[in-house]
Design a protein around this ligand. Structure first.
Ligand SMILES: [Zn+2]
Ligand SMILES: [Zn+2]
Length: 345
């Protein structure tokens, strides 16, 4: 048996070497290369805009924590003609490319708050969608400060926009290079307000409680009788439970206190006092897993998806530890999301 495996491997390896030498000498036959490009283009998920369903992708499920496979937080919602991005962490546009979501069709972006892990990919999304032939306005909704951020992006990308729209060989339309800032303003004490209503897609913004970060919002998206809520960053809060009432899907940030306390001990032992201080500090303005389960139960959601996972667990054993005790409070399905996961409630 082993002998046969050896010969199969030897033949396959030899064939691969011969093919790579031939390709490097003679070049890839035009037909093969063109077929590969056609396959890639045909793989674009334009079908998601046609089936009348609410599609949700967790593009990034991490936090600012480095050294994790999880990228900072971002979500894509495709519903009918609309392609919404809810938070825009670093790497969101690359994940869209990997998932073959047509980035040129991004129609609006919504930022929950101004912690950098929620918007450091915003410039990339706007710039790369423009480079992918986006020729329509994108509205960028954000808390107060959105005008300043969009103004800063205009400065940051000024030369790039100039190069890409001036030359003979680069002729993007500079009118669509960035996006139009739309400030979110909801009166204190309000349960939330509709901030977007187009093509059958409704987005409601609501206040959340993210400690000293003010203001901070969550979003509820409704389409075709379905609903998804993205909590943004928040402590476990009745504000989220009220906004997510009877929703099909709740994507909630989550922090496991026990795992964080262990991490703090390890960091202190390693002399990383600054990191230990920060790790301990986040407990005060993020949502512990048990609290999240209680919010999901109170809201009566269909499914609970944990994202913005702190600490960033990225193997099945740690994921199991992460959700320990939650089932006692929320009896529906609980998913520790991974980057690029697709939900169609
Ligand atoms: Zn965050
Ligand atoms: Zn935050």
């Amino acid at each position: 048996m082993l002998g046969r495996v050896f010969w199969v491997l030897a033949v396959v390896t030899t064939a691969a070497v011969v093919a790579s030498v031939a390709i490097s000498r003679l070049g890839l036959p035009d037909g093969i290369q063109q077929a590969a490009i056609r396959r890639m283009l045909e793989g674009e998920r334009t079908d998601l805009f046609e089936d009348g369903r609410l599609h949700v992708f967790t593009l990034g499920t991490g936090s600012p924590q480095l050294g994790s496979r999880r990228m900072p937080v971002a979500n894509a919602v495709i519903a009918g003609k609309e392609f919404l991005v809810l938070d825009a962490g670093e790497g969101a546009s690359r994940k869209m490319g990997e998932l073959q979501l047509p980035i040129d069709r991004v129609s609006a972006v919504f930022i929950t708050h101004w912690h950098s892990d929620h918007f450091s990919g915003l410039g990339q999304i706007l710039n790369q969608s423009w480079n992918a032939d986006r020729a329509h306005e994108v509205d960028v909704y954000g808390p107060r400060g959105i005008d300043r951020v969009m103004g800063a992006l205009a400065d940051l990308y000024a030369d790039d926009i100039h190069y890409r729209s001036q030359g003979e060989v680069e002729r993007n339309d500079p009118r669509y290079a960035l996006g139009r800032p739309v400030p979110i303003e909801i009166p204190d004490g309000s349960p939330g307000a509709v901030i977007f209503d187009r093509n059958g897609v409704v987005v409601r913004a609501f206040h959340v409680d993210h400690g000293h970060i003010e203001p901070a919002y969550g979003f509820r998206v409704e389409y075709a009788g379905r609903c998804v809520v993205v909590s943004g960053d928040t402590v476990a809060s009745p504000l989220v439970a009220a906004a997510a009432r009877d929703c099909d899907l709740l994507i909630h940030e989550a922090l496991n206190i026990e795992l964080i306390e262990n991490a703090v001990v390890a960091l202190r032992d390693a002399g990383k006092e600054g990191d230990a201080f920060r790790a301990r500090g986040v407990i005060g303005y993020h949502a512990d897993t048990i609290g999240v389960a209680r919010v999901a139960a109170e809201a009566n959601v269909g499914r609970l998806v944990l994202s913005h996972v702190i600490p960033a667990t990225d193997n099945p054993i740690l994921n199991r530890l992460f959700v320990r005790g939650m089932k006692e409070h929320f009896h529906g399905p609980i998913v520790v999301a991974r980057d690029g996961q697709h939900f169609a409630p």
